[in-house]
Design a protein around this ligand. Structure first.
Ligand SMILES: [Zn+2]
Length: 230
């Protein structure tokens, strides 16, 4: 018996959701770590993208079970998902349920035909600076929603301060106004932390604080910090 195409079914579910002007099912927005053939972490993608790769049989699921990693091709993963859904009342994880199928969202997949490590580095942008500083004003140390934070040049641009990881920090509006066009020393203000270029994507670092992504840690040694989120 051939496996019905999961993607057909997912697509129907997703198209339905879009017609209803709803968001994608939340499970499809969770993140999946992508390994290359040599088990090196190279990417983070959405669960939706991971299912696309799995259904084309260019990737397999790497699942953490009883202290070890086990691989499944897509058909076996679908069977295992059905089995788990049937036999365990409370199963952790994210699940995609369509009319006839239930499938577990994998946390890690491995590309079967890709050996390279793409050269990427952490992008210098507002989103990553806020993530690096954990939405915390680097002068008063308080956390704020993104809308109430600004970027501050530690050495002001008017004094030749550059737009670099080492010279730009998160600051609340109050501290930013207080500091004005002065250096921290002139303004009598101190940084709570020396700003540095992050070694790995700050957004990835934030994900690693969530219990559901703990299995990623095994593949994220310092040597492979260059994973970039799309
Ligand atoms: Zn502040």
């Amino acid at each position: 018996m051939s496996m019905p195409s999961l993607m057909d079914r997912l697509d129907v579910a997703i198209r339905g959701a879009l017609t209803m002007r709803e968001k994608l099912p939340p499970a499809l927005e969770s993140s999946v770590l992508v390994l290359n053939r040599l088990y090196l972490a190279i990417h983070v993608v959405s669960a939706y993208r991971a299912f696309c790769l799995l259904s084309k049989n260019v990737a397999e699921v790497v699942d953490f079970e009883d202290g070890q990693f086990v691989s499944y091709d897509f058909a076996s993963w679908q069977e295992l998902s059905e089995y788990r859904a049937r036999h365990f009342q409370q199963v952790d994880g994210d699940w995609v349920r369509t009319v006839k199928r239930t499938i577990q969202v994998p946390r890690i997949i491995r590309l079967l035909y890709y050996d390279r490590i793409p050269r990427t580095s952490v992008k210098f942008n507002r989103r990553n600076i806020f993530a690096r500083d954990n939405n915390t004003c680097q002068y008063c140390g308080r956390r704020f929603p993104t809308s109430e934070l600004s970027l501050d040049h530690v050495i002001p641009r008017s004094r030749g301060g550059e737009s670099t990881w080492e010279n730009v920090v998160c600051a609340c509006l109050e501290c930013n106004v207080r500091k004005g066009g002065r250096t921290p020393k002139e303004a009598g203000m101190t940084l709570i932390r020396k700003p540095e270029k992050p070694k790995r994507s700050p957004i990835l670092a934030q994900k690693l604080t969530q219990a559901k992504y703990q299995s990623w840690k095994a593949f994220l040694s310092e040597a492979y910090w260059s994973v970039e989120l799309k």
